[in-house]
Design a protein. Structure first.
Length: 562
């Protein structure tokens, strides 16, 4: 078998492996990498609906409740008698809504980030409505104690004023079975991390040993505005030093197949989606039990439970935590907690993606434009891989130089395939040409450019970031499809500059494949398309220069589609 056929077989094998990998992902209940099927999920129940779950703590009896995840109160709050208030609080970057029932955070708006669907409105992340449930809740278990269903009194200011850097909110429950719970939220200017102090006060006559739970509850629906042409992870995540970052699919929770590190003295629990995340953070050294569970139809929870030491009558104990709810800005995440930056999902190429993001960020600090920073980064990568590319293009130039001789030989020996193959191998040996010589140097670079693809796809900095003229959002598709058309043309130009395969059928395939591949880019974010165009133009320029230097005038090899 000659080298050309071997090359085609390797291409077919590569595509087969990609397809098999996608099917394996689907078999294991995960999403396909490309063209994932849309999730069909039941609409989320209204947050005010009565709990239908057997997981709710009984309120009629004061019996103690064991500290197991399955007995954390249901996330859908019951309607309670008396006044119930929604407290709206504003900082310079956040607009928050708290429910006086439980003092839970039930809505977050990011004033610095526009909505995916309507760019004139701020992005709503947490929400509690008839169509969405995504809330952060805390409470006590281990007895008939205050939970996220207990009415609480609010005190504090509702807006961060000019010159003010900190805002404090206080929610206090009535004594329940001799235990009072006080939640104090501390918001800071320019910060998406909220300090949350839980103070347990024993107003009774006997020691109590409550346990504090902190959980995030979310419906399993796909985030609004997310593309169907590429897949990003949405769901719970748990991080511990022992097991590192563990993502959990909603489908695994449904099937009771979720595997997480359930006991740890460190780490965090989070709900993750494209560009944004919410996480409960406890200081290292505090023992906690992590859990994921299904709360109700299409409602899922991830959380942690930490025990408090015995609280004597008249005494109090407190636990401080942080609630992060914001964009996945890598430097901010790294500063908050070890491993929190992993919610920005780079996939299996994280070891390459992180230094690429670091370099992109450094370029932006000088250029102050994410679009031109992408162009500069691709240029630096092309310089770094210059000699590898030079070897590839030199091999292609040699192939192009002997192509007329190959075509003449094929025509002359078209009725003797065996002799044709032997003669082709002889020509390759005499001319010292390796048909695979142009492939290997390029294959070495593929992981780097895939890693850069994930950097650009995952970086929230691309949201609403302008480049030039009509490109006002590098995270959204080009509204006029100009960049995808340019990308398609540069891809076809690059194909035309490559030596035409001797086999006419192979030559046609070499043209069809880039055209089919280019279709996807009409639906990809503009930043990704810009990166690919830049890579294509620089590759064409280098290939043109090397061909000219080797005495092989650049020419366009156009196939016949007759």
């Amino acid at each position: 078998m000659n080298d050309i056929r071997r090359t085609i077989l390797w291409v077919i094998f590569g595509f087969s492996m990609v397809l098999l990998w996608d099917q394996w992902q689907l078999y294991n209940g995960q999403k396909a990498t490309f063209f994932p099927k849309p999730e069909v999920a039941a609409p989320a129940k209204e947050a005010a609906a009565p709990a239908a779950s057997a997981n709710a703590v009984p309120t009629a009896t004061p019996a103690a409740v064991a500290a197991t995840p399955g007995q954390v109160p249901s996330s859908v709050p019951a309607v309670t008698a008396g006044a119930r208030e929604t407290i709206e609080v504003n900082t310079d970057v956040l607009k928050l809504s708290f429910d006086s029932e439980g003092g839970s955070l039930v809505r977050t708006e990011f004033t610095q980030h526009a909505d995916f669907v309507d760019s004139t409105k701020p992005f709503v992340f947490l929400d509690q409505s008839s169509s969405r449930v995504y809330v952060a809740q805390t409470g006590l278990i281990g007895g008939d104690f205050p939970t996220h269903k207990s009415p609480m009194k609010f005190s504090g200011e509702r807006s961060l004023k000019d010159g003010q850097n900190e805002l404090t909110l206080r929610f206090e429950s009535d004594a329940q079975n001799g235990v009072k719970l006080i939640k104090t939220y501390t918001l800071q200017r320019g910060n998406y991390a909220i300090g949350v102090k839980h103070e347990v006060v024993n107003t009774g006559t006997a020691n109590v040993s409550p346990q504090l739970y902190m959980q995030l509850v979310r419906d399993g629906n796909k985030p609004a505005g997310e593309s169907s042409f590429y897949s990003t992870f949405t769901g719970p995540a748990v991080y511990t030093e022992a097991k590192k970052y563990q993502k959990v699919e909603f489908s695994d929770i449904e099937k009771n197949k979720a595997e997480i590190d359930k006991s740890s003295p460190n780490g965090y629990v989070a709900m993750v989606q494209h560009y944004f995340a919410t996480a409960w953070l406890l200081a290292d050294g505090i023992q906690r039990e992590n859990f994921v569970r299904k709360v109700d139809t299409n409602l899922y929870a991830v959380g942690m439970i930490t025990p408090l030491a015995d609280v004597a009558p008249g005494q109090s104990k407190s636990v401080s935590a942080q609630l992060f709810s914001g964009p996945q800005e890598e430097k901010a995440l790294e500063a908050l907690a070890p491993g929190l930056d992993l919610v920005k999902d780079y996939g299996w190429l994280a070891m390459l993606s992180k230094p690429l993001y670091w370099l992109l960020d450094k370029l932006f600090s000088f250029i102050q434009n994410w679009g031109w920073s992408i162009v500069a980064l691709v240029l630096l990568l092309k310089i770094a891989f210059y000699w590898l590319n030079a070897k590839a293009y030199a091999s292609m130039a040699k192939m192009k130089a002997i192509n007329p001789k190959i075509m003449e030989m094929r025509e002359r020996l078209k009725n003797d395939p065996q002799k044709m193959q032997q003669e082709m191998m002889r020509i390759y040996r005499e001319e010292k040409v390796n048909p695979m010589g142009g492939c290997f140097p390029i294959m070495v670079q593929i992981p780097v450019f895939i890693a850069l693809y994930w950097v650009l796809l995952s970086s929230v900095e691309m949201r609403n970031a302008p480049w030039i003229l009509w490109i006002n959002d590098l995270s959204a598709p080009d509204p006029f499809f100009i960049l995808p058309i340019v990308m398609t043309l540069t891809t076809l130009l690059q194909t035309a500059l490559n030596p035409a395969p001797p086999d006419p059928m192979q030559a046609k395939l070499m043209w069809f494949m880039p055209m089919i591949f280019s279709v996807m880019f009409f639906f990809f974010p503009a930043g990704l398309v810009l990166y690919w165009i830049t890579n294509n133009i620089l590759s064409i320029a280098q290939q043109w220069m090397i061909n000219t230097r080797m005495g092989v005038p650049p020419q366009f090899n156009l196939p016949s589609f007759k």
